[in-house]
Design a protein around this ligand. Structure first.
Ligand code: ATP
Ligand code: MG
Length: 368
């Protein structure tokens, strides 16, 4: 998949912009606060129907204006396509693909896939498990509609069960429904765990290969999937997983009621990450943790390719700081195949060594 051109009207700090991109590495450089991330945000929005940092679409409309639009001319599935988004104060936003209105952002799925990496993701290795679960969920939801459906159902049941556990003190009758929720939640967990285990096995292999090259052959990345403790082999079929989850649930039933917390299920899953045999969360240096985080994203892109036969567009926002020259050089010049849009500040020296197309953004305009 390739974005050939993006046209923006009144999006963030852009008045009118038309930017063309090559099918390879595109470096977007410039001083702080000029519009580099805004451009990445526009591309991500047209790919997914949402921003990765705005709380509401209103934030995306240029100050002083009441409407904004994004248009992307892309090549996907071997043919030229056009995606458009129209945002307007007080009205529902409109998404259009090849001239036809879409009913929801879900219909954008598969038209332009993007893998995003922004500064918040840099700590995915050292922060809590939520970010690592999000990584699994984001990728699996894009590739497996059945996983996305199971995750929606899981979240719905989890909210209900948590409400039961929190409020049964005042309303003891709530506990009548607990066992029913337990069984349904365990069934959903079994499905999620089954998908996640297979996904992690592939992710581990691909991320290790990327990380090895990224670190100049000196670091080995290990990733393993951690789930409900009664599951001895998460690659077993969903039936065996269900039996093990129910067993864990039975053992923790009273503890759940006493603590008011849901203690069994896929919501506690994690990825354990090691570098050269040491737990990365505790021992990785800043640069090592960032390298590992980037390796995970690059592996995610390979998984997309194996599944769909096309690379998703890779969006890298501000990821070069804290990488040494060799590792920054890897990001800029060694990511082969597929399109990459990467932002960096012009003074960090990285842009100078880039072999791809370099564009410079200044005050919401592209000055080459
Ligand atoms: P940095 O190198 O610091 O990350 P950047 O080039 O990535 O900078 P952006 O995040 O793209 O900067 O933001 C550029 C400018 O856009 C900021 O000064 C911001 O205040 C401005 N901006 C954000 N939203 C709007 C909006 N709705 N209307 C006008 N300007 C906006
Ligand atoms: Mg930025």
């Amino acid at each position: 998949m390739v974005i050939d051109r993006v046209a923006l009207v009144s999006f963030r700090n852009y008045g009118e912009l038309s930017a063309s991109f090559c099918d390879g590495v595109n470096v977007i450089t410039g001083r702080n606060a000029q519009g580099k991330t805004n451009l990445i945000e526009a591309v991500f929005y047209i790919a997914s129907g949402r921003s990765f940092r705005a709380r509401s679409d209103r934030e995306l409309v240029r100050f002083g204006d009441t409407r904004a639009s994004i248009r992307a001319d892309i090549t996907s599935g071997g043919r030229a396509q056009c995606l458009e988004a129209f945002l307007e104060y007080g009205r529902r936003r409109r998404l259009i693909a090849n001239g036809a209105p879409l009913r929801s952002a879900a219909e954008l799925s598969g038209k332009l896939s993007a893998v995003l990496f922004c500064p918040g993701d840099l700590d995915i290795v050292r922060d809590g498990a939520a970010g690592r679960r999000r990584l699994m969920d984001t990728c699996l939801c894009q590739l497996r509609p059945r996983y996305a459906a199971a995750l929606r159902e899981f979240n719905r049941l989890y909210d209900h069960k948590t409400a039961i556990l929190r409020n049964h003190g005042e309303k003891p009758r709530l506990l009548d429904a607990l066992d029913d929720f337990n069984v349904r939640l365990a069934q959903c967990s079994a499905q999620l765990i089954w998908f996640r285990a297979a996904f992690t096995a592939t992710l581990a292999e691909k991320a290790a290969a990327v990380h090895r090259e990224f670190s100049g052959g000196v670091e080995e990345l290990q990733i393993s999937y951690k789930t409900v403790s009664t599951i001895t082999d998460a690659r077993r079929g969903p039936e065996e997983l269900l039996t093990a989850i129910l067993e864990h649930q039975r053992a923790h039933r009273q503890a759940e009621i006493d603590s008011g917390q849901c203690l069994t299920g896929a919501h506690k899953d994690d990825l354990e990450i090691g570098i050269n045999g040491a737990a990365a969360r505790a021992y990785a240096s800043q640069g090592q943790a960032r390298t590992a985080a980037l390796s995970l994203k690059l592996a995610e892109r390979e998984i997309h390719f194996d599944d769909r036969g096309e690379y998703p567009v890779l969006l890298l926002d501000d990821v070069l700081s804290e990488l040494d020259a060799e590792r920054a050089g890897f990001v800029l010049n060694k990511i082969k195949n597929g399109q990459v849009l990467i932002t960096c500040c012009e003074y960090d020296g990285a842009a100078a060594s880039a072999e791809g197309t370099v564009v410079r953004v200044e005050g919401g305009e592209i000055v080459r």
